[in-house]
Design a protein around this ligand. Structure first.
Ligand code: G6P
Length: 487
């Protein structure tokens, strides 16, 4: 049956595991985007989520016709998928949007890149085709993230009757970074996004980067960003049909800001399950009354884990009074390990943590405890225990950890927050904010955070939690669907 509401994202709400005896079992997919969207979509009857098969087990499930209601998994050729996901989405678009390139060496746009771009195009085509097939006339479609930047444009060609939204969970590259792309590829990327009626971002700043970078004047048409106050902001564009026939199609793609927040009641309930209580008790035993500085991240280049450890080392050097009184709980669970830079970064984090422990550790005090488990129950226990939360990404779309910790922390927790996080826009007043590159400033912020009087800490935490829960996932989704329907 055709659907009125459709979501497309690389990751789906579930993934499969294949046992030795050939049986398949489904488990919930990973990541913050997935949990937020799953909850929100559950409130939309008949909605369909289109996602990619990520593993051999997923592909096997598609081939056997194992289907969960409301989910359609696409069996994309593994080599095409690898080029699109690892090659383009994670190694090019992610690096551009987060400004991660080490520019004397990267990026290199050569023949190999062109091949990967072909795969990325095919991967986006597959999503557009599936959406076109599943959507009821006039349905509303919400496409997620940099993996699927070309899908809106392709879908509009296939189904001009649909209301198409795109939402970017990352930052958007500044115009200078976007211009690193070969000009024809930059055009394809932007024309793909401009197939949407509305493009959404977590902050006005990322949306403004999009508008500023969306100036195109090529053989296929022309687009100009409209950025001002009052009136809708977005990109006005005229585009010719692919075969050059007919007048240009004149449209406006609106930019809108939807700062995703957390569902406070749900998160608190999750954080007080017996499983979490048990993990908290175990952590308390290990940290025996010491103050805690916590962080929870994927081991991700943009999260700035190395400078976080350097700041902690500087804190212990410049403020020796904290030695033996504080412990840094750093959860950094492996991510994207198919990519060499991520494996090397993971290794560098482990080595730096070990060197801090070697330099300052004593027989009865280990300064840093690193955990590499991707265990949400343990993360929640860490949140409850937090005296100080360190969230110092160089550039980050939102960073939901910055929002989750104040909601769950028991004694009130000081948030040390980077100006590069999307969450900075909403939380800056009550966080201690730092330049992510300034290790000394970060060390001093950690010192100030550890020294903050209890009452001030509690007050700030209350206000942080209120800001963090302003737009929970279900409302975040409904607001976008309503805006698209009323456009
Ligand atoms: C970011 C992206 C998500 C992505 C997540 C995890 O938050 O915005 O779309 O799912 O990272 O990355 P992964 O590559 O593991 O899906």
């Amino acid at each position: 049956m055709a659907s009125q509401v459709l979501v497309a994202a690389n990751r789906g709400p579930l993934s499969y595991a294949l046992a030795a005896d050939g049986t398949l079992s489904a488990r919930r997919g990973g990541g913050g985007l997935v949990s937020g969207l799953s909850a929100a979509l559950a409130e939309q009857p008949g909605a369909v989520w289109i996602c990619a098969a990520l593993s051999d087990a997923d592909r096997e499930a598609v081939r056997r016709g194992v289907a969960e209601p409301g989910v359609r998994m696409l069996d994309i050729d593994p080599e095409v998928y690898d080029d699109a996901y690892n090659g383009i989405a994670n190694s090019v678009l992610w690096f551009l949007h987060h400004h991660l390139y080490d520019v004397p060496r990267e990026p290199v746009f050569d023949a190999g890149f062109r091949r990967q771009w072909q795969s990325y195009t095919a991967y986006n085509e597959a999503f557009a085709a599936a959406l076109a097939e599943e959507a009821a006339p006039g349905a509303t479609v919400l496409i997620q993230d940099y993996h699927l930047a070309l899908a809106p444009g392709r879908l509009r060609e296939l189904r001009p009757d649909l209301r198409i939204g795109h939402f970017t969970h990352t930052p958007w590259a500044s115009p200078d970074f976007l211009r690193m792309l070969p000009e024809d590829i930059r055009g394809q990327l932007l024309w793909g996004m401009l197939g949407a009626d509305q493009v959404g971002f977590h902050t006005g700043e990322w949306g403004a980067e999009f508008i500023r970078g969306a100036d195109i004047d090529d053989a296929t048409g022309r687009a100009t960003g409209v950025l001002g106050t009052g009136g809708p902001q977005g990109v006005e564009h005229r585009r010719y049909a692919a075969d050059g026939s007919g007048p240009a199609e004149h449209r406006f793609t609106e930019m809108a800001r939807y700062p995703l927040g957390v569902d406070g009641d749900e998160l608190r309930a999750l954080a007080h399950r017996p499983e979490v209580d048990a993990k908290l008790a175990a952590l308390r035993e290990r940290t025996h009354g010491l103050k805690t500085i916590v962080r929870v991240d994927r081991t991700e280049l943009s999260k700035n884990i190395l400078r976080g450890l350097l700041a902690y080392r500087e804190l212990l050097t410049v403020h020796p009074e904290w030695r033996g009184k504080v412990v840094h709980l750093a959860s950094a669970y492996p991510s994207r390990q198919d990519l060499r830079v991520y494996r090397e970064y993971t290794q560098a984090v482990a080595e730096l943590a070990a060197s801090v422990n070697e330099e300052f550790g004593t027989a009865d005090w280990q300064p840093v405890l690193v955990s590499v488990e991707d265990d949400f129950a343990r993360s929640l226990a860490v949140y409850r225990l937090a005296d100080v939360a360190l969230v110092n990404p160089v550039r980050d779309g939102m960073n939901l950890v910055a929002k989750e910790i104040p909601v769950v922390s028991e004694a009130g927790c000081v948030l040390v927050l980077s100006t590069g996080a999307g969450a900075y826009a909403e939380l800056r007043e009550d966080a201690l904010t730092v330049n992510p590159y300034d290790v000394t400033e970060t060390a001093e912020a950690l010192h100030a955070a550890l020294s903050m009087p209890t009452a001030e800490r509690a007050d700030r935490t209350k206000r942080l939690a209120a800001a963090a829960t302003a737009l929970p996932p279900a409302q975040w989704l409904t607001a976008q669907l309503d805006a698209l329907r009323n456009a």
